[in-house]
Each structure stands twice: as C-alpha cells, then as structure tokens.
Design a protein around this ligand. Structure first.
Ligand code: KIV
Length: 265
C-alpha cells in the first residue's frame, strides 16, 4: 500500500472512506499500528499524561516531543506522522516556525498539530507558507484546560457552536489540511465535517466525522482513572494488543465506532 499523504487523506474524505488515527509514542507500538493499517499516527502531547504520569499536557516540552516523534518515525512505514506542538511553543508565528522546524527536521514529523481557532490563523498561514502541513484542533483544547475550567464538552450552546464552525472554516482557508474535533456534540461535529473540504477527525465527536482518533493507552484500557464516555476498550474482546488495534481500525472503517452511547448530544 502506498504512503498516506495529505492528498490521499483528502481523497479518502471525498470517497467516504473513514480515516483511522491513533496516538503512538514509541517504535514498538508504531510497528503494531502500521501492521494494523492505521492511516495517521499522532505523537500527541497526551504523552505527558500517559507516559510521564503528569496531570495535564501543559508541562510537556519541545525536546520531549522531538524525542518521541523520532522514536515513532524510526518505525513508521506508511501512515502520515503528525506531531503535537506543545503548550507555549507556538505563542507567535515565529516561535511556531521554530518548533515545527524542530519537529520535522529532528523528529521526522510530516505534519504538526496546534490547538485553537481565530487566534491561530496567522500562525497557520505562516506555517503553510513555509511548507509545513498543519492539523488544527478545536472543541475541547487540553492545553487550555485551566481557562476552560476542566475537561468538558464544548460547543453546546448556539453561540459557541457558531464560533466553532466559523473557526473551522477560517482555519481551512488559512491552509490547515486536517482538523481534530474533541468532545463536541454529534450534530455540530457532523455539520463541521460536511462544511469543510479537509478531513475532520473526531474524538468524542460522534460518527459523522471523516475519521476517528483515540489515545492508544485509552483504547487498550491501561490509562489510570475513570474511562471517558467516548473511549472504547478494545482489548477484552480481542485478548491481544495487536488484535485490539486491528479491531479499532476495523470499527472506525466500518463506522461501528463510535456508537451513539460513546458520543455527546
Ligand atoms: O495529545 C493527544 O493525544 C491529542 C489527541 C487526544 C487528539 O491531541
């Protein structure tokens, strides 16, 4: 199978083929993700919580993201490799260029992800102008957890929903080539997915998105604490890590994940 690219992801959206995305932070898991046919691998700053045992993603630094991205890049074969820009590493367009440059040159990332809407438009434009593919991230923004007052569903009232749709369209116009929507009501996520030409990847955003992403350790049921509603533990039904990852890919591709009970109204 040929490499996944920004162009092939766009084609998958046009053809209605669901995009399977998972996080990975090291080479061994990345091999399993590749064997299972995962389309996009995200080196998420969620590593701060699931690898480093921190309470949020905020303390994660650029060096740590570069290190884990390089570990994943060594085992990547076909999937598109996306790396998160960590908190306070893209506060200006200039700083974002420096961070993205490191993630791509030293880490081997093929796309960078940043959180935020209207405030990030100039940064997205500058990154794109320099040949750096950008994945935007709207809805629940974990790097803004203190401003948001916790990990809660976003876009539930009419005004917030209107702003999110506007932000999504503006990010696409600015040059973003993919969008992650986190913890967004099903109807709004479906509307945004239909309004955009670029692929929209949901996490807690319902089955109407063009693809799904989960944190790898969550879908293997090994993350500490209560399991969020939008997470399915794929391990018990398959009894092997490789089997669980394959089951996740199959469930995303055939549209059986997420179910209504794993989504928000
Ligand atoms: O950091 C991460 O793993 C993410 C996903 C939850 C989308 O941003």
């Amino acid at each position: 199978m040929s490499n996944v690219t920004t162009v092939s992801l766009q084609q998958m959206k046009q053809q209605g083929e669901k995009i399977a995305v998972l996080t990975s932070y090291d080479a061994s898991f990345t091999r399993l993700l590749e064997d299972a046919g995962v389309d996009v691998i995200l080196v998420g700053d969620s590593l701060g919580m699931v690898i480093q045992g921190r309470e949020s993603t905020l303390p994660v630094g650029v060096d740590e993201m570069v290190y884990h991205t390089a570990c994943v890049a060594r085992a990547r074969r076909r999937a598109l490799l996306v790396a998160d820009m960590p908190f306070m590493s893209y506060s200006s367009a200039d700083q974002a260029l420096g961070t993205a440059g490191r993630l791509m040159k030293d880490g081997g990332a093929q796309m960078v992800k940043l959180e935020g809407g209207a405030t990030q438009l100039e940064t997205v434009r500058q990154l794109c102008a320099n040949g750096i593919p950008v994945c935007a991230h709207l809805g629940l923004l974990p790097q803004s957890v203190h401003r948001l007052g916790g990990y809660r569903v976003q876009g539930r009232d009419q005004e917030a929903a209107r702003i999110m749709l506007e932000d999504a369209l503006a990010l696409e116009t600015a040059g973003a080539q993919m969008l992650v929507l986190e913890c967004v009501p099903v109807a709004l996520a479906g509307e945004i997915s239909q309004a955009l030409k670029i692929p929209v990847i949901g996490i807690g955003a319902g089955a109407g998105c063009d693809g799904q992403v989960l944190v790898l350790y969550d879908m293997l049921g090994i993350t500490a604490g209560e399991r969020p509603r939008f997470v399915r533990d794929f391990l018990p039904a398959t009894c092997s890590v490789a089997g669980a990852i394959r089951a996740y890919v199959d469930a995303v591709k055939d549209g059986s994940f997420p179910a209504a009970a794993e989504s928000f109204r």
